[in-house]
Design a protein around this ligand. Structure first.
Ligand code: MRU
Length: 358
């Protein structure tokens, strides 16, 4: 995508460093960073300077390449995999990317590892862009169908599953960008997504691209669905099981319940690497990240002087809990939009698209 007329991806190689956009400063400030070492990359993932399942995987792969440039030994290879794997627990794309790097690098002589890791990281990034375009094209069909009968299409989304959460285009937002670009009248209800307010990243992205959108509180979605103001719910995913249960940002489950009750189609946009074929019981086996209570107790914003400020909204010593993801059972989901096509949200539906893996 373009930001202020300049083409950007969410991660890129800049000489011997890795470029990222510091998402903790958006939407207030657009600021890019150059990371020189793998520990800086691990910090960027942990602190959510980069976030979103596909982007975490791609950035970790680039971090792996930095580590191999500094020390390509067997011991460093295993330590790098451990370091990166433990940065965030829920999105499976991180493990997928690290497994791919270790499988490629382990058999190589140490002198060849840095170059091979760089190639693999670049390939993961390029593939992510192609995958998201595939999701975009398949999802676009759904939007076209609604547009034919209703004219204007109102889509509700939760969290940020746009280009900032991927290398480019996004997952849930890819069909929306394509629809807007071909002139379909789309409007997006963007949920705030407390506590990290990723909805503000979504409104920033959509607004920069000229897609009409409206920010709503997390609790408003059900009400809008009951009143016929939502035609389609489109969300991303951090890990999807073979049975089509979808783990995504906390609050997704409640939107799926409301959508089911109101008869609104609910789709998850899922890149192939986000499917974890090893999970049998999503609720028991997917590790749900528990983040700091401070994310609930403090908010960032712009103060009266125009400066970025952080304020406490809870009283001192207030207890707060912060589970960051939840699981939406397949029975509440209308379909899974993948880069290979749209599957029914069932084991058989996914198996039909992924015969070998299933
Ligand atoms: O905690 P985050 O911001 O890394 O979580 C990302 C999400 O859960 C998004 O909803 C997204 O859909 C998954 S990445 C496309």
């Amino acid at each position: 995508v373009k930001v202020a007329g300049l083409p950007y991806r969410s991660v890129w190689r800049d000489g011997d460093r890795v470029g990222i956009i510091d998402q903790t400063r958006l939407p207030y400030e657009f600021h890019s960073l150059r990371l020189a070492r793998v520990d800086e990359v691990a910090h960027a993932i942990r602190s959510m300077q980069v976030r979103g399942a596909p982007l975490i995987g791609a950035v970790a792969a680039h971090g792996f390449a930095l580590a191999m440039r500094d020390n390509p030994s067997d011991r460093a290879l295993e330590a790098t995999a451990e370091l990166l794997l433990h940065t965030r627990p829920t999105a499976v794309n991180l493990r997928w990317a690290i497994d791919r790097l270790t499988a490629r690098l382990r058999p190589l002589a140490s002198a060849s590892r840095a170059a091979a890791a760089g190639e693999e990281a670049a390939a993961i990034a390029d593939e992510d862009v192609a995958i998201n375009l595939g999701i975009g094209r398949h999802g676009l069909q759904l939007i076209r169908t609604v547009a034919k009968t209703k004219g204007k299409v109102n889509i509700l989304t939760h969290c940020n599953a746009g280009w900032l959460a991927t290398v480019d285009y996004g997952t849930a937002l890819a069909p929306i960008y394509l629809a807007h670009d071909e002139g379909l009248p789309v409007h997006v209800w963007v949920e705030e997504t407390r506590p990290r307010n990723q909805g503000l990243l979504t409104t920033w992205e959509l607004g920069s691209h000229g897609v009409p959108c409206t920010l709503i509180t997390d609790n408003a979605g059900g009400h809008l669905m009951q009143h016929g103001k939502v035609d389609l719910v489109l969300v991303g995913a951090d890990r999807v099981t073979a049975a089509a249960d979808v783990c995504n940002k906390i609050g997704t489950y409640l939107k799926a319940l409301a959508a089911k009750d109101s008869g609104v189609p609910f789709y998850a946009a899922v890149p192939t690497p986000t499917i974890d074929w090893t999970i049998r019981d999503a609720l028991k086996e997917i590790p749900i990240e528990e983040r700091s209570a401070d994310e609930v107790l403090f908010v960032n914003g712009i103060d009266d002087t125009g400066s970025v400020a952080r304020v406490r909204i809870g009283t001192e010593n207030l207890a707060a809990a912060n589970p960051a993801f939840d699981v939406t059972p397949a029975r509440l989901i209308t379909g899974i939009i993948t880069d290979r096509g749209i599957a029914r949200a069932t084991r058989a539906g996914l198996a039909n698209l992924y015969k070998q893996a299933a």
